[in-house]
Ligand binder design. Structure first.
Ligand SMILES: Nc1ncnc2c1ncn2[C@@H]1O[C@H](COP(=O)(O)OP(=O)(O)OP(=O)(O)O)[C@@H](O)[C@H]1O
Length: 283
């Protein structure tokens, strides 16, 4: 569906931000896009939506290049950016003026979400708080029903009840025809939603696996003394928790924070274990 091939990018007179990026985003999945500050997550999302142009390589959605910025491509992808400016219009006028661009837009879904987020169609967007504006944009993004929905730090600015509301709403929106890519540092907020992890580091993709493969092949927990030799990564700040090859052990829940730190610290060790499964299963 959404494909990134041989993508290289840098801002004018800056170091390379993205190097040789190859990724495939498939329908029916919610991808978590992770990386330290400044690793290029927002930049990648902007390239996917044609807001920035790669130096070389391309991003295509169902064979339509993002570089073309054609209606044919853009009407099927929506980005909820981290920072945004919204016009000084009422929520209802915003919906009326923006929605015709998206052929699958559901008015009913939009207003149901607006109500769930405790907002009113007559409210003027510029007078809302940052978190409330974000809710308008999230509701609009979901209601576009585009094939690809990109969200950059969607839970930033949301209060605690709204974060769980967001998880609930997202879980019920994704179906087999759509894919969602969420870039976030708030791993705990979105842990239960994500089913595939992509990690960027030093301008490259250093990890790209479905969580199903991760939990099949890796074990997360407190190791016993006899486990010591096989530890792939451990951290005292996680109460001595470690990542080990799963072997015959029971399946454990993937600790995304530990996985992220483990991949940045021991990318080769962790990828080698996962790559073997990948090759064996042909996934
Ligand atoms: N308009 C710009 N001009 C020049 N450099 C930029 C511009 N926008 C971003 N950068 C640089 O590009 C790099 C990647 O930025 P980007 O915002 O994509 O990172 P990020 O992974 O989304 O970061 P964060 O997690 O902090 O949001 C950073 O080094 C940043 O300083």
């Amino acid at each position: 569906m959404l494909t990134v091939r041989h993508l290289n990018f840098n801002y004018p007179s800056s170091r390379p931000v993205l190097k040789s990026i190859n990724l495939d985003f498939r329908p029916g999945n919610i991808y978590g896009l992770f990386g330290k500050n400044g690793e290029g997550k927002s930049t990648l999302m902007k390239i996917m939506t044609g807001l920035l142009f790669p130096k070389t390589g391309d991003c295509t959605l169902d064979q339509v290049s993002a570089k073309k910025r054609s209606v044919l491509g853009l009407q099927h992808i929506f980005l909820v950016p981290e920072d945004f400016e919204l016009p000084s219009l009422s929520i209802a006028t915003f919906e009326k003026t923006q929605s015709p661009f998206y052929p699958e837009f559901s008015k009913e879904q939009f207003y149901t979400l607006i109500e769930e987020f405790k907002l009113y169609p007559t409210e003027v967007i510029s007078k809302l708080s940052f978190g409330q504006k974000k809710k308008v944009l999230i509701a609009f993004g979901i209601a576009t029903n585009t094939k690809v929905l990109l969200m950059d730090e969607p839970t930033n600015g949301l209060d605690i009840p709204s974060k769980s509301q967001f998880r609930k709403v997202m879980a019920s929106t994704v179906d087999e025809t759509k894919c969602v890519v969420i870039s976030t540092h708030q791993v705990r907020d979105l842990h239960s939603l994500i089913n595939h992890v992509v990690i960027l580091d030093n301008a490259r993709v250093v990890f790209d696996y479905a969580l199903g493969i991760v939990s099949e092949r890796l074990w997360f927990g407190k190791p016993s003394n006899s486990d010591e030799p096989s530890i792939l990564y451990s951290e005292s700040s996680f109460g001595g928790k470690a990542i080990l090859p799963r072997m015959g052990n029971n399946e454990t829940e993937v600790d995304l924070e530990l996985l992220f730190n483990g991949v940045l610290s021991e990318p080769h060790k962790i990828n080698t274990i996962l790559k073997n499964t990948h090759d064996e299963t042909g996934v």
